[in-house]
Design a protein around this ligand. Structure first.
Ligand code: SAH
Length: 565
């Protein structure tokens, strides 16, 4: 399946055309250049962005001169065999030029976009123009045997030779091929193994499914051997199928990866042949070969319609807010998600999401309920993301999700592929802006007594302050907890002088962020709200002015006597 495309624009003049293209691809996001034009997503630098998209196999629709796209991607072109479709579209929508990705369906996209813009696409691929289809890019459900041989075959056809079609190729019915039953050249569509004849274009239907189980030694070799002995081409393998109870077995996932096919699961039954038949839902011939069962069906098998995938649940941290501070693994996880769960503010911060991604916004307090809901969705085979701000393991959803799993005896929940992806936590983002106030040992605390008694907070504060740790306070104050911060500062003041540096970071990494450096003596609870991070220095924390105004704050790496002094 192709990834959603990126529509890349450089200025406001392209926005109207970009929106028209987006109507044909609702999953595509418009990427706008920062400071010039507002897209669904912003980028800082055209060249880097385009090259990144290309390297991530994202189809690119760039609304600018073809030359700019060519020059930008040129350094990458020799490295790559398979590539995503890349098109240049004139800003005003008057021209659609497919540039790269002929085998990735760029001409199909060019036709679709051109139809939407009511212009003729600039298709230059001879085979495609002559036969109305790209023979080297069969539809999903089929795979091409050999590309180089295929290119020679198409040039022979273009030179005027007739061709026979052997086997079922319904998509070629519409093509304008010079067909002749006696032709030397043949397009052969079947799943038999073996080296193709020189005058043959082999296309393999993906109509073979192999049922595997976790007990089999070296699963991928067992599958290849079995296919070989059955006289079937590996190119015809549509997917591997395993029992639900084997869902978390890594060796099966490795085998599917090695064979380059999806791994699907279905509820096993005692009669394994009946099981396979039921899962396939279409007539198939079955053969048992060593540890596996091979099913060959008449038509190509769509793996997405067969059983279900192993569900995935990722608990991610968005970082403090700014897109540049989100780790790339989190960005990629959001892109693959079917469902996004979280407190509404954070789900919005994770966006823009595509139209096909389901948002489940809930109240911030319903953590355990949200965690259970996430497992229910993931256990159905969906890709689910639970969002937190900052890091998900710091006073956020990761621990709640793990607690929900720990309490559950549901095997489907335990089979989910659970991932925790880190983010830049508010204390670290705030510290970095101020300098390095957490440069030595420090203690992180939440001042909220919603989930723990206030007495334990007082005790920990007292001991941490006595131990001369720098302190980072999350959830320092709220409307329902008005007096706690004042009390906390009294406890800290027992162990620190009034001139101890304090950093207050509010909405760090978000619009309207403020950073303030003050002292323990001057700090008053009314300078702090629930969107503020409070960092209190240790006895060694220093402050000095910066040339551009404001201060640097840091806690030296050493403690006690300065080394080398
Ligand atoms: N998981 C989050 C913390 C959640 S607790 C993280 O790792 O950052 C919520 C508290 O974090 C808020 O009360 C505030 O003290 C702090 N906080 C979160 N985002 C912030 C930001 N952008 N700027 C300053 N403080 C922030």
């Amino acid at each position: 399946m192709r990834k959603p495309a990126a529509i890349v624009i450089l200025g406001p003049g392209s926005l109207a055309t970009a929106r028209r293209i987006q109507q044909c691809y609702p999953d595509a996001l418009i990427h706008g250049l920062v400071g010039r034009v507002e897209g669904d997503r912003q980028y800082l630098e055209f060249g880097t962005t385009l090259r990144e998209l290309y390297q991530q196999d994202t189809p690119i629709i760039a609304l600018c001169a073809a030359g700019i796209v060519i020059r930008t991607l040129a350094p990458l072109l020799l490295e790559k065999g398979l590539e995503p479709p890349v098109l240049a579209v004139a800003e005003d929508g008057s021209a659609v030029v497919p540039l790269l990705g002929g085998l990735g369906g760029v001409n199909v996209m060019a036709r679709e976009i051109a139809t939407a813009l009511q212009v003729a696409p600039a298709i230059t691929t001879s085979g495609e123009l002559r036969f109305g289809t790209c023979l080297l890019n069969p539809p999903s459900g089929y795979s091409l045997g050999d590309l180089e041989q295929g290119k020679r075959f198409v040039s022979d056809l273009l030179a005027g030779e007739p061709v026979r079609v052997e086997g079922a190729a319904p998509w070629l019915d519409q093509a304008q091929l010079p067909q002749d039953a006696q032709a030397r050249l043949a397009i052969r569509i079947d799943s038999a193994a073996g080296v193709p004849a020189p005058d043959e274009l082999r296309i393999y239907p993906r109509n073979v499914v192999v049922a595997v189980s976790a007990g089999t030694p070296d699963v991928s070799t067992a599958v290849s051997d079995a296919l070989h002995r059955a006289g079937l081409a590996v190119q015809s393998l549509a997917c591997l199928l395993a029992a639900d109870s084997d869902m978390a077995r890594v060796e099966l996932h490795h085998a599917a990866l090695a064979l380059g096919v999806p791994l699907r699961f279905a509820q096993a039954s005692d009669d394994s042949e009946q099981w396979l038949d039921d899962a396939l839902g279409q007539p198939a011939s079955l053969r048992r070969m060593g540890g596996v069962i091979i099913a060959v069906s008449e038509r190509p098998v769509d793996p997405l319609q067969l059983g279900r995938a192993r569900g995935r649940l990722a608990v991610i941290g968005l970082g403090p807010g700014a897109a540049e501070l989100m780790v790339p693994a989190v960005r990629a996880e959001l892109d693959r998600a079917n469902d996004v769960l979280g407190y509404e503010t954070y789900v919005r911060m994770a966006g823009p999401l595509r139209a096909d991604q389901v948002q489940h916004c809930t109240d911030n307090r319903e953590e355990m309920q949200r965690a259970r809901h996430a497992f229910e969705l993931a256990a159905q085979g969906r890709s689910v993301v639970v969002v937190s701000s900052g890091d998900p393991g710091v006073f956020a959803m990761a621990a709640a999700v793990l607690e929900a799993l720990h309490e559950s005896t549901d095997a489907d929940w335990h089979n989910v592929d659970l991932q925790i992806l880190p983010g830049v936590s508010a204390s670290l983002a705030t510290a970095a802006q101020a300098g390095a106030p957490l440069g030595h040992d420090f203690c992180v605390m939440s001042l909220s007594d919603n989930l723990k008694p206030w007495s334990i907070i007082e005790k920990r504060l007292d001991l941490a302050a006595e131990a001369d740790l720098a302190l980072a306070f999350y959830n320092p104050i709220s409307r329902s907890r008005p007096w706690q911060l004042g009390r906390a500062l009294e406890i800290v003041a027992r162990h620190r002088t009034v001139d101890t540096p304090v950093v207050l970071g509010r909405d760090i990494g978000r619009p309207g962020q403020t950073l303030r450096v003050t002292t323990l003596g001057q700090l008053a609870p009314d300078q702090v709200d629930m969107r503020t991070m409070v960092l209190i220095g240790s006895s060694t924390t220093c402050v000095f002015p910066r040339v551009e105004g404001g201060d640097w704050v840091y806690t030296p790496r050493w403690y006690g006597d300065k080394p080398g002094a």
